[in-house]
Design a protein around this ligand. Sequence first.
Ligand SMILES: [Zn+2]
Ligand SMILES: [Zn+2]
Length: 302
Amino acid sequence: MHRRLHLTARSRKQTSPTAFAEAERAARALAAKWPEVQLLNPGGMVRIIVEDMSSEAAKDVLETFRHLAAHVGLEYQHYGVVLWDPEDFAQADFVACVGVSLDGTPDGPFVVNEKEALRPAPPDPRCGHALPMARIQEADLRVREAALLGPGDLAESRQPAPPGGWDAVTLVTGGLVVSTRFLAVLKREGATGYHTRPVIAAETGSPSARAVQLLPDRIVCVPCPGHTEASPPGPCPFCGIQRGQLEGREFRPRSQVDGVSLFVADPFPLGMIAFSRSLLTALEREGIRTLAPIVPLLVCDD
Ligand SMILES: [Zn+2]
Ligand SMILES: [Zn+2]
């Protein structure tokens, strides 16, 4: 993993002309000195991005702006965004994944009855937290089967469907509708910890022969507080919503994930699904390459 530095100084309107001019001059000098310093100057703002927050260039940027704050009263904000590298996914025990999105096509969304089938969930009664993505399923999903054969959005680019159609489609909640081919691999590999729900082909009104909704039996959403570094106050112990910021690799206790090949990694039942690495390897071996890795998860011995 690495952290990307984002630094934003106050805009021309919000600060003194002297401080702003100093910030602009310093930013230009930093960009000239370090090739990895990206300078964005949208409409009277100074924004700097450095891909690796631990690099000498990033340290120079932070030191320079600390100095400006002390000497000309410049106000700025900075933060680091955690980004995962390929080796993080290769070393993970489970990987939370998304599939293709088929909602950006001119023929309309993939799920045609989203409003009726997926009602917004009320706040968790134990802690009062609510996530806008949390939904309660009240009916089978009706989907446009034809969209499985058309282009979709995967890993930030629009791509044509693979031969035979897409194998995993992301829902608004982060969960998945998968192909019967995908399901056959889960069965063949002896995957455990899931059930399925039929989806209805909107074209015919009958249960789809191509796709089903994949529903893990277990939610394991709270990162292990002993091993996962997070800035206070950390995850809510009831619903798992992260209140502080995760500072590093995310762990799940073995006692909670033992015996399952997949689980829901978000604090609501229709959320993003994490698959064991061996299952992901098997899916890939069978030619199923529709899953995009989002969060690597490690298992700790409690
Ligand atoms: Zn909560
Ligand atoms: Zn732990």
